[in-house]
Write a new protein. Structure first.
Length: 250
């Protein structure tokens, strides 16, 4: 028995010596069996090969901002802040942008590289000024079955209003080392969801004509004819604004 063991070990050593002289990074089945029988194992990466596939690290593609560009705007807070006697609930005419991932409104201080962040939970609404004034309202002011977090943008105001919610999507790397396929990059994308505002409740529409018409009540037939005759799309912000403008004019 002892002699048999020595023979196996000797066979294993011979195999290891042969392996070291080979430029091939993969073990043959015979070599692997001989090494294992001798109680000596070569660590692998789990798929039977000694070496992995070396390549560049993945990158983060995209960013967590609704718009990474700084825009002049104003912020309205839920509560007053500041020293006694000088409290205020507004921050006016400052460069700002919205971080969807952290739910923070970032403020650029005095046009420098210094950045301050205001928690979205403290902001009632904020505006972005420009050719078209944009208003973003905290979802804390509304009820919703989706339990939305962050802000909705007011698209059109009326008897029933239309708002838009931007959702952040993080797509993890799909790289398969064994096959050398997929991507090492992490991708950040945004998707848009439309909501109807009735009172203080948000009702999701998506691209569902049925849900949209249900929100129009007894004017649903008129609105449906308007959509068909004008070939309007429920995925288009401009077309959705036309639909709600028409409804609120009835």
């Amino acid at each position: 028995m002892y002699q048999k063991f020595l023979l196996l070990v000797f066979s294993g050593l011979v195999s290891i010596n042969a392996f070291s002289q080979s430029s091939n990074s993969e073990l043959t089945n015979v070599t692997r069996d001989m090494i294992n029988l001798g109680g000596m194992r070569i660590p692998t990466n789990g798929n039977g090969t000694l070496f992995g596939i070396k390549g560049p690290r993945g990158n983060v593609v995209g960013n967590p901002y609704l718009d990474s560009t700084w825009h002049t705007g104003s912020i309205k807070l839920f509560q007053k802040i500041g020293p006694l006697g000088r409290e205020g609930d507004s921050i006016a005419n400052v460069p700002l942008r919205l971080d969807l991932h952290s739910n923070e409104v970032e403020v650029q201080v005095n046009n420098t590289k210094e950045i301050r962040a205001v928690s979205g939970n403290q902001v009632r609404f904020f505006t972005i000024e420009g050719a078209e004034r944009r208003v973003f309202m905290s979802t804390r002011q509304f009820r919703s079955e989706d339990n939305l977090q962050g802000f909705v943008e007011l698209v059109l105001q009326g008897r029933i209003s239309l708002v838009e919610y931007a959702k952040l999507n993080i797509i993890k790397p799909s790289y398969n080392e064994a096959l050398g396929t997929g991507t090492k990059d992490t991708k950040i994308t945004k998707s848009i969801q439309f909501y109807v505002v009735k009172g203080n409740t948000l009702f999701p529409i998506g691209a569902s004509r049925k849900k949209l018409l249900e929100s129009m009540g007894d004017r649903a037939d008129d609105v449906e004819k308007f959509i068909k005759s004008n070939d309007l799309s429920l995925k288009s912000r401009g077309d959705m604004a036309k639909i709600f403008t028409y409804y609120n004019s009835l």
